[in-house]
Design a binder for this molecule. Structure first.
Ligand code: SAM
Length: 249
């Protein structure tokens, strides 16, 4: 198995593949001033197994295209959405977020929780803007510094993991410079990291290692996760996910 295949296996059958919660999705949705009973066209990019996609389907009347690079996650979403009767309203699409083929100004809402970093925040918001109607909304969550300075250990760690990590004011500046008007911003709570994401992951470590005969690669994945969790507990006052909601103007 390649490392990517192992990572997909690690995250398979989890509620979420990143920090977040139903209440965060609903809070972000609240900032969107569109008639939610109307047949809106929505894309959920980097949807994973679709924790937030289901919430969107439950609270918006439109048609959702749920995009992810990995079919394993999309299959899980298809099963969940069929169980809930959403199979006609949630269509899954196996595609890279960098290579989407929506028409210009086709979409009312672009949603992306904890995924835009895969192509980079600035590249993502620039490219996806084309697909949004004027007056359409972008809602993305993204790792964000919550203070102006921070201890070297955590600064170095996140800068090497994701050099685009920045403060909310700088992220918002990027949005404003690229044809968006900010309508809302909030920081995910620590529960969205710990209870909804890290605790369920920690419970999976031993079964994952057993499944892969304690291979070096599997052990490395678990050790890296443990280290990320340790750093989160130590430095959680310095960073979180910021949820940015902005309108295309
Ligand atoms: C941190 S997870 C977030 C998943 C989900 N939105 C959530 O919050 O639970 C990031 C997701 O992005 C997907 N992904 C990674 N690279 C991608 C790409 N180039 N195009 C589309 N999806 C990608 C991963 O498969 C994964 O499902």
């Amino acid at each position: 198995m390649t490392e990517i295949e192992l990572l997909v296996d690690f995250y398979k059958n989890t509620e979420r593949q990143g920090p977040g919660s139903t209440s965060d999705t609903l809070k972000a949705l609240d900032f969107i001033d569109l008639n939610k009973d109307q047949k809106l066209k929505i894309a959920d990019i980097g949807c994973g197994s679709g924790g937030q996609t289901i919430t969107l389907a439950q609270n918006l009347a439109g048609q959702i295209t749920a995009v992810d690079l990995f079919p394993e996650f999309l299959e899980e979403l298809n099963v969940r959405s069929a169980d809930l009767g959403f199979q006609k309203r949630i269509k899954t699409l196996e595609k890279s977020m960098e290579d989407l083929q929506f028409d210009n100004e086709e979409l009312d809402i672009i949603w992306s929780e904890g995924a835009i970093y895969n192509m980079g925040f600035e590249a993502g918001i620039k490219k996806w803007r084309d697909y949004l109607k004027i007056g359409g909304y972008l809602a993305v969550s993204e790792i964000t510094w919550t203070t102006d300075s921070r201890p070297g250990e955590i600064e170095e760690f996140w800068n090497s993991e994701y050099p685009e990590i920045d403060t909310a004011s700088n992220k918002i500046k990027i949005l404003k410079e690229n044809g968006y008007s900010l309508v809302g911003y909030f920081v995910l709570s620590q529960n969205s990291w710990i209870d909804n994401y890290y605790k369920p992951l920690e419970k999976r470590f031993s079964a994952f290692l057993e499944r892969h005969n304690n291979s070096e690669m599997a052990k490395n994945i678990v050790e890296e996760q443990k280290e990320e969790i340790r750093k989160y507990h130590k430095y959680k006052d310095y960073y979180s996910y910021g949820f940015y909601i902005a309108k295309k103007i």
